[in-house]
Design a protein around this ligand. Structure first.
Ligand code: FES
Length: 174
């Protein structure tokens, strides 16, 4: 039974003996279609939750994440941070595309980031592959603390075209 069939089956079971409400049926169809589209496009399905830590600098914060258990991208939409584990390295990126600040998407199938606006693509380590952007994804300052958590400073951003050495060094090696 497909996901869509299951929805229709549940829908009929819930409403046995009563007419289906057209709006509800349409809503369930839309949800089902969106879910299937997201799966087939490999859109981001993992999300990260940060523990917010006080920073030594007033008015700023630091974010603490558990080390991702497996390779892939985790999106923290509350803080506009992407956390990536890839080949025993962890990176933190700003969620925005460096071209015109559109929220990037992770394509699990191709293991790359894609911008939905002008279709720039980036490797898991943020290196630019193709598209209208003119630099790599912007990395955030990152370190590992004594308790083995990943600590990200969302206010310290490195651009590969202006801070090449710091951009290169913004990685935690596992
Ligand atoms: S905003 Fe991403 S490529 Fe233009």
């Amino acid at each position: 039974m497909t996901f869509s069939d299951r929805i229709n089956h549940d829908e009929q079971a819930d409403c046995e003996g009563c007419p289906l409400v057209p709006e509800r049926r349409e809503f369930l169809r839309s949800v089902s279609a969106l879910a299937l589209a997201a799966i087939s496009l490999g859109l981001p399905i993992r999300s990260a939750t940060a523990k917010v830590l006080a920073s030594a600098v007033a008015g700023r914060k630091q974010l603490s994440y558990a080390v991702p258990a497996v390779d892939g991208a985790d999106i923290d939409r509350d803080n506009d941070v992407i956390l990536v584990r890839y080949k025993n390295e962890v990176f933190a990126f700003n969620l925005s595309c460096p071209h015109q600040n559109t929220a990037l998407r992770w394509n699990e199938t191709d293991l790359r980031f894609q911008c939905p606006k002008h279709h720039s693509q980036y490797q898991p380590d943020g290196v630019f592959i193709t598209g209208r952007a003119t630099r790599n994804m912007d990395r955030l300052a990152i370190r590992r603390d004594a308790a083995n958590n990943i600590i990200v400073d969302p206010d310290t951003l490195y651009r590969s075209d202006e801070d090449a050495a710091q951009w290169q060094a913004a990685v935690v090696k596992l």
